[in-house]
Design a protein around this ligand. Sequence first.
Ligand code: ADP
Ligand code: MG
Length: 241
Amino acid sequence: MTKRCDVSIRGVEISFGAVRVLEKLDLEVAQSEFLVLLGPSGCGKSTLLNAIAGLIDVQAGKVWIGGRNVTWEEPKDRDIAMVFQSYALYPRMTVRGNMSFGLKVAGMPSAEIEKRVAAAAAMLKITELLDRRPAELSGGQRQRVAIGRALVRDAGVYLFDEPLSNLDAQLRAELRVEIKRLHHRLAATMIYVTHDQIEALTLADRIAVMKDRVIQQLGTPNEIYRTPANRFVASFVGSPA
Ligand code: ADP
Ligand code: MG
């Protein structure tokens, strides 16, 4: 894995009908950074992530990935890989099939696919599960497969939308450590959406706290926690009074 793209969001605006969800939003994510989008449910985190992925069109503003203006490019041309909360695995394919599928569709030679799947599976400790189907896996194992499927893409940016929200506390803690380890190991650019303060504070290089259509504060976990910009940020991250 060698590509590490920066991401630049400039003046992005998105509404659904009459409801404005993002307002003139700016955000710069550095190469190899772990950036967490943190905020309460409904504040627009997924909307922003989907706009970066190209799954939603912006009504104003621009999205740059790796120095390229991708605002009007299809998701497949954006050099991103995404992990969803709901795993979104293909139920009839094995783990190996799930991890290989996108690469096969892209026409990659099977030797290269095998190499990538083996490497990602080893990193995520799911090598023994490669011949199983999703129904034969626990929630934590499924989410490892979903992360593995993103890793094999060798993307410039990895996007995570609340990947641990469906898991119990024990597994969440375990996978948090795993994701942190992956980030260190790959030095990949990662943008990670969560409403969980602990996840944000433990994973992030920087946190963007979102509410009311805008980013309320952008800073390191220490800055956000120690010097919250306003009362909302303070109460949301549980800063000492
Ligand atoms: P979050 O991920 O932070 O929970 P979302 O980005 O999913 O928030 O949603 C932000 C707001 O936009 C919410 O009020 C949500 O109801 C609304 N919304 C999201 N997607 C759509 C859509 N496709 N159509 C209409 N409203 C939407
Ligand atoms: Mg969401």
